[in-house]
Design a protein around this ligand. Structure first.
Ligand code: MLT
Length: 419
């Protein structure tokens, strides 16, 4: 085996994306050999019954239901219920679930003191992950690995209920405004939008177009199998850390620009193009430059080789929302030009470089008035039910504590010589 420029002799099987987890597990069991995967990445060697994803065919299903149908016909809370409990809720189950969540939107008043300790330039993701983690201190029963299913379920409800409150408060901290308390007469997304945008003592009506668009965006982001943040939630949870600490760890993983930062990079790229005169075609040509290609953000996807099924849905939503809201933003015009030109350019067609979900989500968030550094927070809000479902599955499977096998590639034994 050659690794990092050195030769090693090991009985090693490298897992590829084509080898199923079961095959690899059988090989391990049969021979005692190990699977080398530096950094515990891309092994495809875990199992889950939550989200099905086929990158070649562009298929994404939650619990067997096509994302297209869920985005069209369900609400975000229905999808959250589906991911977490495995079935779409009946009317009665939905009403109860939604009522429970509404009942728990308020947070302990002392949490405001933690919020007040943050500088106003604190990134909202840092504030969000800290406040979520702090719930462990306010609900210490979450530290008991043997608590009942009812107690676990209460933690899940609390997370779903309080996350929009924390997300909106993280934003208020950033802009230096007093926080708004939840308005429990509103639905999940409208309540979040009001807490985010209403000014004190102002009568604020949430635009139903904006609330519906947000609901759809959250559905599209609700799970995406075991990627960086999701496997982080599972592995932290596998040590029997509290669910709040596990979800907080997922938020931190998502915060990294390579995971949750893509739609922010898209908007920053569009701003840069605007500042340079707004010529989308020029940047498309630059992207084709063999020697020094310009990196078009929001095009192509590591998993989806042909198209990202979420992008199709979100593109239509972006068109509808922008038309309904009648927004007039030069950055959005540049985005549409870029998209149109790329979709009609043979170079991009041949390379299957289509705009992905992140290209459109940033555009919609921007049209909804959500500032760029809140984009990752919005992603976390959407991904929360997926993280919870994955944590719950890990726990219910009785999975052992995570411990990636390591192949040592450092120095051999060395003689110690003192200074
Ligand atoms: C996601 O939705 O998590 C992203 O597209 C990253 C990924 O899992 O490929």
């Amino acid at each position: 085996l050659s690794f990092n420029g050195q030769e090693y002799e090991f009985p090693v099987i490298t897992g590829t994306e084509n080898e199923s987890a079961i095959d690899i597990a059988k090989l391990r069991g049969a021979s005692g050999l190990i699977t080398l995967d530096p950094g515990f990445k891309n092994t495809g060697s875990t199992t889950s019954a939550i989200t099905f994803l086929d990158g070649e065919e562009g298929i994404l299903r939650y619990r067997g239901y096509r994302i297209e149908d869920l985005a069209e016909k369900s609400s975000f809370l229905e999808v959250a219920y589906l991911l977490i409990y495995g079935e779409l809720p009946s009317q009665a189950e939905y009403e109860n679930f939604s009522k429970e969540i509404t009942h728990h939107t308020l947070v302990h008043e002392d949490i405001k003191k933690i919020l007040e300790g943050f500088p106003s330039n604190a990134h909202p993701m840092g504030v969000l992950s800290s406040l979520i983690c702090s719930l462990t201190a306010f609900y210490p029963d979450s530290l008991n690995p043997n608590r009942s299913d009812e107690e676990v379920n209460m933690s899940i409800i609390r997370l779903l209920a309080k996350m929009p409150t924390f997300a909106a408060w993280a934003y208020k901290n950033e802009v230096g405004h007093p926080v708004n308390y939840p308005d429990n007469s509103l639905d999940y997304c409208s309540n979040f939008l009001k807490m985010m945008f209403a000014l004190p003592a102002e009568k604020y009506d949430v635009d139903p177009v904006v609330a519906a668009a947000l609901d759809k965006l959250l559905i599209l982001h609700a799970d995406h199998e075991q990627n960086c943040s999701t496997s982080t939630v599972r592995i932290v949870g596998s040590s029997q850390a509290s669910i709040y600490a596990s979800i907080s760890a997922g938020i931190n993983a998502l915060w990294g620009p390579l995971h949750g930062g893509a739609n922010q990079s898209v908007i920053e790229m569009l701003e840069a193009i605007k500042a340079d005169g707004g010529d989308a075609k020029k940047y498309l040509d630059k992207a084709k430059d063999k020697n020094d290609p310009f990196r078009l953000m929001g095009f192509g996807h590591r998993v989806y080789k042909n198209f990202d099924p979420r992008a199709r849905i979100i593109k239509k939503a972006a068109d509808d929302v922008l038309a309904k809201l009648g927004v007039n933003d030069p950055v959005l015009d540049i985005a549409k030009e870029l998209e149109h030109a790329a979709l009609n350019d043979q170079y991009f067609i041949d390379r299957k470089l289509y705009p992905n979900v992140d290209f459109y989500s940033g555009i919609i968030y921007r049209a909804l008035g959500i500032p760029t550094d809140m984009f990752t927070v919005m992603f976390a809000l959407g991904r929360l039910p997926g993280w919870i479902a994955q944590w719950k599955e890990m726990r219910e499977n009785g999975e052992p504590i995570g411990r990636p096998r390591q192949v040592y590639v450092g120095a051999n034994e060395r003689d110690y010589v003192s200074m």
